[in-house]
Design a protein around this ligand. Structure first.
Ligand code: SF4
Ligand code: SF4
Length: 523
């Protein structure tokens, strides 16, 4: 299957394995080609005098982002973060300790931006910006999924994810980007989604899903696209249009919208929730991708914007859309102000699909037959960018409770994994932050170790058969790596798949069957 060994489950996961220096130095993603770079505004290849330009870019970021300088200056090397990274746990490479990852950038920062580093570099671990350093950055800053788990355990709240974003931004600015992220960003900005799926192909795909739902339920549930005057615009990851188990989640949203009786639409112009610009630390690209969504919302005249199951997309939507594009109050250009006038402020802007469904559950507007999921015992994987980078329900911890409430409303058998591996302490799936590419398969498999261990525990103790998630990347990553750990690939589910399969829609075949035999499990 692979030319590397899948790590074995550890007897005592809290004890780090023996260190293996440079064990994953060779794991470096493909460098972006000139077209991938230029399409999103970066130099096509390594520029002349790139060392000096990289140092200048670092200076620009330090002056723009005060947090970056604080993070670089305030680490006291207490070691609390060292064993908190899943990539360190899975590889034993000491450079995957969060503090060591930070030091890759901190050492260059010290050399050029601190007095001690300028005059006594060896004494303070300062390094020149060299080709060797650049290659090390390209490897190890792409072995960070920007999950922010380490920051939860750092007494100073140092966010290694932000340091990794800065490093990637510096590399992009001198013409040395990552192929996977940059190629995808070019497609979103020209075609509208990560896949490069044009409008007509998307329409045909959605029609097939409609037929499938009708066959299953007997109801003409629609998955509309480009409907002017619709109330709700759904922005969802394009994986929902082609990948498993994502598609089942999309069909779940469609059933919920149908049952709620709302007028909704997708957009072919903005058919992507993902915004990989965050992974490469590029706010200019982040803004461009977000502005496609704003344009779609304005063109279609919608009143609400709902975001589908995608972890980092929800973080971008929740934390950045408001100020960069006026989706949520904050943007201050003419289009942002126009959108603010158009949107209905009695609903969250934007709103997560889980919040949308949860509100209906609270109002008793959805009927479930939980028995439809009785062949499953389900656990839930909290996605990093939802758990540690955003919220739901407008209260602390809503992002943990609300997806679980959806699962519990639609399943009888739910079990949480160990508390040290969920909610704010959740472990990354191993494929986030721009690592979901085959050239990084080894680090993806190894980085999944802590999550797989926690999953294995509940499989053994409670007979868990499935794990639900609300992130397109987590779902794609797990579908690929579960078999490496001897679990079936279809063990991973969309949360709205569970919802959709238990939902008893009015007039559906499921309703007739239940009411016909009086076997209602209405909860
Ligand atoms: S942000 Fe996540 S992946 Fe990156 S160093 Fe911290 S724990 Fe590791
Ligand atoms: S926990 Fe924070 S202060 Fe301690 S070594 Fe890690 S980054 Fe530095």
């Amino acid at each position: 299957m692979a030319d590397f060994q899948t790590p074995e489950f550890r007897q005592f996961p809290s004890v780090p394995n023996r260190l293996q220096a440079d064990a994953t130095k060779h794991l470096s993603p493909f460098v972006a080609k000139p077209d991938h770079q230029k399409n999103i505004g970066f130099p096509g290849e390594l520029v002349d005098n790139w060392e000096q330009k990289a140092i200048e870019k670092m200076g620009e970021l330090l002056s723009k982002y005060r947090s970056l300088q604080v993070y670089l200056d305030s680490c006291v090397k207490c070691g609390a973060c060292t064993d908190k990274c899943h990539y360190f746990q899975g590889t034993s490479d000491p450079k995957n300790m969060p503090v060591a990852r930070q030091d890759l950038l901190r050492s260059v920062y010290r050399r050029y931006y601190t007095i001690a580093g300028k005059y006594f570099p060896k004494l303070v671990g300062a390094r020149d910006m060299t080709r060797e350093v650049l290659d090390e950055w390209h490897s190890y800053f792409h072995q960070c999924s920007q999950c922010r788990r380490c920051s939860v355990f750092c007494p100073y709240g140092i966010d290694t994810a932000e340091i990794s974003m800065a490093a990637r931004e510096i590399m992009d600015s001198v013409g040395h980007g990552q192929k996977y992220c940059n190629e995808i960003l070019g497609k979103v900005q020209t075609i509208g989604n990560n896949l490069g799926l044009p409008g007509p192909a998307l329409e045909a795909t959605l029609e097939e899903f409609e037929e499938e739902i009708e066959e299953d339920t007997g109801l003409p549930v629609k998955i509309p696209i480009d409907v002017k005057g619709a109330d709700i615009l759904l922005i969802t990851p394009s994986a929902d249009f082609f990948a498993e188990p994502h598609i089942d989640g999309l069909m779940g949203y469609a059933k919920v919208f149908h049952e709620a009786g709302v007028n909704w639409t997708l957009s072919s112009y903005a058919s992507e929730a993902a915004n990989f610009s965050m992974f490469i630390g590029s706010y200019s690209n982040l803004k461009k991708v977000a502005e496609r969504i704003r344009k779609a919302a304005l063109d279609l005249g919608v009143k609400r914007i709902v975001v589908g199951e995608c972890g980092h997309a929800w973080r971008v939507a929740y934390s950045f859309w408001n100020t960069v594009a006026g989706i949520g109050s904050g943007g201050d250009d003419v289009y942002a102000r126009e959108l603010q006038k158009q949107l209905d402020h009695s609903y969250p802007i934007p709103q997560h699909i889980c919040e949308f469904t949860y509100d209906l559950i609270k109002e008793n507007k959805l009927r479930f037959n939980k028995a439809e999921n009785d062949h499953r015992t389900v656990t839930f994987h909290d996605s990093c960018n939802v758990a540690r980078g955003s919220r739901m329900g407008n209260y602390a911890g809503g992002q943990f409770d609300i997806p679980r409430a959806l699962i519990k409303a639609s399943c009888n058998n739910f079990v949480d994994m160990d508390i040290s591996t969920i909610k704010e302490a959740t472990y990354c799936c191993g494929g986030g932050g721009g690592l979901l590419t085959d050239d990084l398969m080894e680090i993806r498999v190894k980085g999944a170790l802590p999550r797989m261990e926690a999953l294995n525990d509940v499989v053994k103790s409670d007979g868990v058969t499935h794990m639900a998630a609300i992130c397109a990347i987590c779902k794609a990553q797990f579908a690929k790596i579960l078999p490496y750990y001897n679990f079936p690939m279809d063990m991973i589910l969309s949360t709205h798949q569970l919802v959709g399969e238990a939902l008893v829609m009015k007039g559906s075949l499921q309703e007739q069957e239940l009411d016909g035999n009086g076997d209602d499990d209405d909860s």
